[in-house]
Design a protein around this ligand. Structure first.
Ligand code: TD4
Ligand code: CA
Ligand code: ZN
Length: 307
Protein backbone atom coordinates (compact mmCIF):
# COMPACT_ATOMS: atom_id res chain seq x y z
CA UNK A 1 0.00 0.00 0.00
CA UNK A 2 1.09 3.64 -0.34
CA UNK A 3 3.02 5.17 2.57
CA UNK A 4 0.91 6.41 5.48
CA UNK A 5 1.67 9.23 7.91
CA UNK A 6 3.37 8.64 11.21
CA UNK A 7 0.38 10.19 12.92
CA UNK A 8 -2.00 7.63 11.46
CA UNK A 9 0.04 4.71 12.77
CA UNK A 10 0.63 6.32 16.17
CA UNK A 11 -2.96 7.34 16.81
CA UNK A 12 -4.08 3.74 16.33
CA UNK A 13 -1.26 2.51 18.59
CA UNK A 14 -2.13 5.06 21.27
CA UNK A 15 -5.78 4.03 21.22
CA UNK A 16 -4.93 0.33 21.19
CA UNK A 17 -2.28 0.69 23.94
CA UNK A 18 0.50 -1.01 21.98
CA UNK A 19 3.76 0.20 20.49
CA UNK A 20 5.03 -0.04 16.94
CA UNK A 21 8.67 -0.46 15.95
CA UNK A 22 10.73 2.17 14.16
CA UNK A 23 13.76 0.56 12.56
CA UNK A 24 16.70 2.44 11.07
CA UNK A 25 17.55 1.59 7.50
CA UNK A 26 20.64 2.39 5.46
CA UNK A 27 20.21 0.13 2.46
CA UNK A 28 17.90 -2.19 0.58
CA UNK A 29 18.63 -5.31 2.62
CA UNK A 30 17.73 -3.74 5.96
CA UNK A 31 14.49 -2.30 4.56
CA UNK A 32 13.59 -5.67 3.03
CA UNK A 33 14.27 -7.51 6.29
CA UNK A 34 12.06 -5.16 8.31
CA UNK A 35 9.18 -5.26 5.86
CA UNK A 36 9.34 -9.03 5.45
CA UNK A 37 8.99 -9.36 9.22
CA UNK A 38 6.21 -6.75 9.30
CA UNK A 39 4.26 -8.63 6.63
CA UNK A 40 4.72 -11.93 8.49
CA UNK A 41 3.42 -10.42 11.76
CA UNK A 42 0.86 -8.07 10.17
CA UNK A 43 2.45 -5.17 12.03
CA UNK A 44 2.30 -1.46 11.12
CA UNK A 45 5.83 -0.13 11.03
CA UNK A 46 8.13 2.89 10.71
CA UNK A 47 11.23 2.79 8.53
CA UNK A 48 13.58 5.49 9.80
CA UNK A 49 16.44 7.18 8.01
CA UNK A 50 18.91 9.35 9.90
CA UNK A 51 20.71 12.29 8.33
CA UNK A 52 23.69 9.94 8.16
CA UNK A 53 21.65 7.33 6.28
CA UNK A 54 20.58 9.99 3.81
CA UNK A 55 24.19 11.00 3.32
CA UNK A 56 25.18 7.35 2.83
CA UNK A 57 22.45 6.14 0.48
CA UNK A 58 20.97 9.33 -0.93
CA UNK A 59 17.52 10.73 -0.16
CA UNK A 60 15.98 9.80 -3.49
CA UNK A 61 17.36 6.27 -3.28
CA UNK A 62 15.95 5.72 0.21
CA UNK A 63 12.55 7.07 -0.80
CA UNK A 64 12.56 4.86 -3.91
CA UNK A 65 13.49 1.74 -1.93
CA UNK A 66 10.90 2.34 0.76
CA UNK A 67 8.08 3.36 -1.60
CA UNK A 68 8.73 0.34 -3.81
CA UNK A 69 8.79 -2.11 -0.91
CA UNK A 70 5.81 -0.47 0.84
CA UNK A 71 3.71 -0.63 -2.33
CA UNK A 72 4.01 -4.42 -2.18
CA UNK A 73 3.64 -4.67 1.61
CA UNK A 74 0.31 -5.71 3.16
CA UNK A 75 0.88 -3.40 6.15
CA UNK A 76 0.94 0.37 6.78
CA UNK A 77 4.45 1.82 6.45
CA UNK A 78 5.64 5.32 7.39
CA UNK A 79 8.95 6.72 6.15
CA UNK A 80 10.47 8.78 8.94
CA UNK A 81 13.45 11.13 9.29
CA UNK A 82 15.22 10.21 12.55
CA UNK A 83 16.97 12.98 14.55
CA UNK A 84 16.58 15.72 11.95
CA UNK A 85 18.72 18.68 12.97
CA UNK A 86 19.33 20.53 9.73
CA UNK A 87 16.25 22.45 8.58
CA UNK A 88 17.36 22.09 4.95
CA UNK A 89 17.46 18.30 5.23
CA UNK A 90 14.11 18.28 7.02
CA UNK A 91 12.60 20.40 4.23
CA UNK A 92 14.08 18.05 1.61
CA UNK A 93 12.48 15.07 3.37
CA UNK A 94 9.11 16.83 3.59
CA UNK A 95 9.32 17.66 -0.12
CA UNK A 96 10.85 14.34 -1.13
CA UNK A 97 8.21 11.88 0.05
CA UNK A 98 8.85 11.22 3.75
CA UNK A 99 5.60 10.95 5.71
CA UNK A 100 7.05 11.73 9.13
CA UNK A 101 9.99 13.80 10.38
CA UNK A 102 11.72 14.22 13.70
CA UNK A 103 13.15 17.56 14.69
CA UNK A 104 15.78 16.98 17.35
CA UNK A 105 16.40 20.33 18.98
CA UNK A 106 17.22 18.77 22.32
CA UNK A 107 20.75 20.10 22.53
CA UNK A 108 19.42 23.66 22.38
CA UNK A 109 17.93 25.56 25.30
CA UNK A 110 14.17 25.02 25.70
CA UNK A 111 13.14 28.28 23.98
CA UNK A 112 15.24 27.55 20.92
CA UNK A 113 14.09 23.93 20.69
CA UNK A 114 10.52 25.25 20.86
CA UNK A 115 11.14 27.78 18.11
CA UNK A 116 12.84 25.30 15.77
CA UNK A 117 10.18 22.70 16.37
CA UNK A 118 7.43 25.22 15.59
CA UNK A 119 9.16 26.03 12.30
CA UNK A 120 9.27 22.35 11.38
CA UNK A 121 5.60 21.82 12.28
CA UNK A 122 4.74 24.71 9.98
CA UNK A 123 6.71 23.31 7.03
CA UNK A 124 5.47 19.76 7.59
CA UNK A 125 1.78 20.68 7.92
CA UNK A 126 1.76 22.09 4.38
CA UNK A 127 2.51 18.59 3.05
CA UNK A 128 0.56 16.59 5.63
CA UNK A 129 3.77 15.21 7.13
CA UNK A 130 3.82 14.23 10.83
CA UNK A 131 6.28 15.67 13.34
CA UNK A 132 8.12 14.16 16.31
CA UNK A 133 10.24 16.28 18.66
CA UNK A 134 12.59 15.56 21.56
CA UNK A 135 12.97 16.95 25.08
CA UNK A 136 15.80 16.20 27.48
CA UNK A 137 19.06 14.44 26.80
CA UNK A 138 19.57 10.82 25.83
CA UNK A 139 21.96 9.59 28.47
CA UNK A 140 22.02 6.35 30.37
CA UNK A 141 21.06 6.99 33.98
CA UNK A 142 22.51 4.72 36.61
CA UNK A 143 20.87 3.52 39.79
CA UNK A 144 22.69 5.85 42.11
CA UNK A 145 22.30 9.09 40.17
CA UNK A 146 20.79 11.81 42.34
CA UNK A 147 17.39 13.36 41.69
CA UNK A 148 19.07 16.69 40.96
CA UNK A 149 21.36 15.12 38.36
CA UNK A 150 18.37 13.42 36.74
CA UNK A 151 16.47 16.69 36.61
CA UNK A 152 19.39 18.24 34.74
CA UNK A 153 19.29 15.78 31.84
CA UNK A 154 15.90 14.07 31.70
CA UNK A 155 12.65 15.52 30.39
CA UNK A 156 10.76 17.98 32.56
CA UNK A 157 7.06 17.01 32.33
CA UNK A 158 5.81 20.58 32.93
CA UNK A 159 7.96 21.80 30.05
CA UNK A 160 6.67 18.91 27.96
CA UNK A 161 3.10 20.11 28.50
CA UNK A 162 3.92 23.65 27.39
CA UNK A 163 6.02 22.37 24.49
CA UNK A 164 3.28 20.07 23.15
CA UNK A 165 0.65 22.78 23.39
CA UNK A 166 2.68 25.52 21.74
CA UNK A 167 4.24 23.48 18.94
CA UNK A 168 1.35 21.24 17.86
CA UNK A 169 3.67 18.23 17.38
CA UNK A 170 2.17 14.78 16.75
CA UNK A 171 4.47 12.79 19.03
CA UNK A 172 7.10 13.45 21.69
CA UNK A 173 10.36 11.69 22.56
CA UNK A 174 11.01 12.40 26.25
CA UNK A 175 14.44 11.50 27.63
CA UNK A 176 13.85 9.06 30.51
CA UNK A 177 17.26 7.44 30.91
CA UNK A 178 18.00 5.54 27.71
CA UNK A 179 20.86 6.27 25.33
CA UNK A 180 21.85 5.32 21.81
CA UNK A 181 24.30 2.52 21.05
CA UNK A 182 25.37 -0.84 22.45
CA UNK A 183 26.64 0.27 25.87
CA UNK A 184 23.65 1.78 27.64
CA UNK A 185 24.06 0.89 31.29
CA UNK A 186 26.88 -0.05 33.62
CA UNK A 187 24.60 -1.25 36.41
CA UNK A 188 20.96 -2.18 36.02
CA UNK A 189 18.82 -0.42 33.47
CA UNK A 190 16.69 2.21 35.11
CA UNK A 191 14.08 4.04 33.10
CA UNK A 192 12.14 6.84 34.76
CA UNK A 193 8.55 5.64 34.35
CA UNK A 194 7.17 8.29 36.69
CA UNK A 195 8.47 11.01 34.41
CA UNK A 196 7.16 9.11 31.40
CA UNK A 197 3.66 8.76 32.88
CA UNK A 198 3.64 12.46 33.81
CA UNK A 199 4.57 13.40 30.22
CA UNK A 200 1.80 11.19 28.87
CA UNK A 201 -0.77 12.70 31.22
CA UNK A 202 0.15 16.31 30.60
CA UNK A 203 0.68 16.12 26.80
CA UNK A 204 -1.84 13.43 25.81
CA UNK A 205 0.53 12.61 22.93
CA UNK A 206 1.86 9.28 21.69
CA UNK A 207 5.36 9.01 23.21
CA UNK A 208 8.52 7.70 21.56
CA UNK A 209 11.29 5.67 23.19
CA UNK A 210 14.73 6.26 21.70
CA UNK A 211 17.74 4.13 22.51
CA UNK A 212 15.53 1.10 22.98
CA UNK A 213 17.72 -1.70 21.64
CA UNK A 214 17.86 -4.69 23.97
CA UNK A 215 21.08 -6.35 22.78
CA UNK A 216 19.47 -9.83 22.65
CA UNK A 217 21.64 -12.60 24.06
CA UNK A 218 21.74 -14.65 20.86
CA UNK A 219 22.77 -11.62 18.82
CA UNK A 220 25.53 -10.66 21.25
CA UNK A 221 26.80 -14.24 21.57
CA UNK A 222 27.20 -14.68 17.84
CA UNK A 223 28.88 -11.32 17.33
CA UNK A 224 31.34 -11.98 20.17
CA UNK A 225 31.94 -15.60 19.11
CA UNK A 226 33.12 -14.39 15.73
CA UNK A 227 35.36 -11.67 17.04
CA UNK A 228 33.31 -8.50 17.50
CA UNK A 229 34.69 -6.51 20.43
CA UNK A 230 31.34 -5.78 22.06
CA UNK A 231 31.23 -8.16 25.02
CA UNK A 232 30.30 -5.36 27.45
CA UNK A 233 27.23 -4.42 25.41
CA UNK A 234 24.05 -3.91 27.41
CA UNK A 235 20.60 -2.87 26.23
CA UNK A 236 17.15 -2.15 27.62
CA UNK A 237 15.68 -5.34 29.12
CA UNK A 238 12.30 -6.63 27.98
CA UNK A 239 10.48 -5.83 31.24
CA UNK A 240 11.56 -2.17 30.93
CA UNK A 241 10.25 -2.05 27.36
CA UNK A 242 6.92 -3.44 28.53
CA UNK A 243 6.84 -0.89 31.35
CA UNK A 244 7.46 1.91 28.87
CA UNK A 245 4.57 0.75 26.69
CA UNK A 246 2.26 0.61 29.74
CA UNK A 247 3.16 4.22 30.50
CA UNK A 248 2.38 5.69 27.08
CA UNK A 249 5.16 4.76 24.66
CA UNK A 250 3.74 4.03 21.19
CA UNK A 251 6.88 4.10 19.01
CA UNK A 252 10.08 2.26 19.86
CA UNK A 253 13.32 3.03 18.01
CA UNK A 254 15.69 0.20 17.22
CA UNK A 255 18.99 0.51 15.38
CA UNK A 256 21.81 -1.05 17.41
CA UNK A 257 20.23 -4.53 17.53
CA UNK A 258 20.03 -4.57 13.73
CA UNK A 259 23.66 -3.45 13.41
CA UNK A 260 24.85 -6.15 15.82
CA UNK A 261 22.82 -8.85 14.07
CA UNK A 262 24.21 -7.81 10.71
CA UNK A 263 27.78 -7.71 11.95
CA UNK A 264 27.48 -11.11 13.67
CA UNK A 265 25.98 -12.79 10.61
CA UNK A 266 28.62 -11.39 8.27
CA UNK A 267 31.44 -12.32 10.64
CA UNK A 268 30.11 -15.87 10.89
CA UNK A 269 30.10 -16.34 7.11
CA UNK A 270 33.52 -14.79 6.68
CA UNK A 271 34.96 -16.99 9.42
CA UNK A 272 33.30 -20.28 8.42
CA UNK A 273 33.50 -19.92 4.66
CA UNK A 274 36.64 -18.03 3.76
CA UNK A 275 36.21 -19.17 0.15
CA UNK A 276 32.90 -17.26 -0.11
CA UNK A 277 32.83 -13.89 -1.84
CA UNK A 278 29.41 -13.74 -3.46
CA UNK A 279 27.74 -10.64 -1.95
CA UNK A 280 24.39 -12.43 -1.90
CA UNK A 281 25.83 -15.19 0.27
CA UNK A 282 27.19 -12.56 2.68
CA UNK A 283 24.40 -10.02 2.80
CA UNK A 284 21.61 -12.62 2.52
CA UNK A 285 22.29 -14.21 5.94
CA UNK A 286 22.72 -10.72 7.42
CA UNK A 287 19.28 -9.82 6.09
CA UNK A 288 17.82 -13.02 7.62
CA UNK A 289 19.38 -12.20 11.01
CA UNK A 290 17.87 -8.71 10.97
CA UNK A 291 14.48 -10.16 10.08
CA UNK A 292 14.68 -12.46 13.11
CA UNK A 293 15.48 -9.54 15.43
CA UNK A 294 12.55 -7.56 14.06
CA UNK A 295 10.12 -10.49 14.47
CA UNK A 296 11.09 -10.68 18.15
CA UNK A 297 10.47 -6.96 18.58
CA UNK A 298 6.99 -7.18 17.08
CA UNK A 299 6.11 -9.95 19.53
CA UNK A 300 7.42 -7.83 22.41
CA UNK A 301 5.77 -4.56 21.39
CA UNK A 302 2.22 -5.89 20.99
CA UNK A 303 1.80 -4.62 17.42
CA UNK A 304 1.56 -8.04 15.74
CA UNK A 305 -1.81 -8.44 14.05
CA UNK A 306 -2.63 -4.71 14.28
CA UNK A 307 -2.20 -3.94 10.57
O1 TD4 B 1 17.11 7.11 16.96
N1 TD4 B 1 17.69 5.93 17.10
C1 TD4 B 1 18.59 5.45 16.04
C2 TD4 B 1 19.78 6.36 15.90
C3 TD4 B 1 20.50 6.08 14.61
C4 TD4 B 1 21.70 6.95 14.43
O2 TD4 B 1 22.11 6.81 13.11
P1 TD4 B 1 23.41 7.58 12.59
O3 TD4 B 1 24.61 6.78 13.04
O4 TD4 B 1 23.24 7.54 11.10
O5 TD4 B 1 23.38 8.99 13.13
C5 TD4 B 1 17.43 5.20 18.23
O6 TD4 B 1 16.82 5.74 19.16
C6 TD4 B 1 17.88 3.75 18.33
O7 TD4 B 1 18.58 3.49 19.49
P2 TD4 B 1 19.46 2.16 19.72
O8 TD4 B 1 19.11 1.69 21.11
O9 TD4 B 1 19.06 1.13 18.71
O10 TD4 B 1 20.90 2.56 19.61
CA1 CA C 1 18.83 14.69 20.86
ZN1 ZN D 1 17.22 8.14 18.69
Amino acid sequence: MPLVTGKEILQAADKGKYAVGAFNINNMEIAQAVLKAAAARKAPVFLSASEGAIQYAGLKMLVAIVKTLASEAPVPVALHLDHGKDLKIIQACVDGGFTSVMIDGSEHPFAENLKKTKQVVEMARKKGVSVEAELGRLVGVEDNVSVDARDAVLVNPEEAGKFAKETGIDSLAPAIGTSHGAFKFKGDAKLDFERLAACKKITGLPLVLHGASGVPQWVLEKAVKYGAKVSEAKGVPEDQIRGAIKNGVCKINIDTDLRLALAGAIREIMANKPEEFDPRKILGPARDAIEKVVLEKFDMFGCAGKA
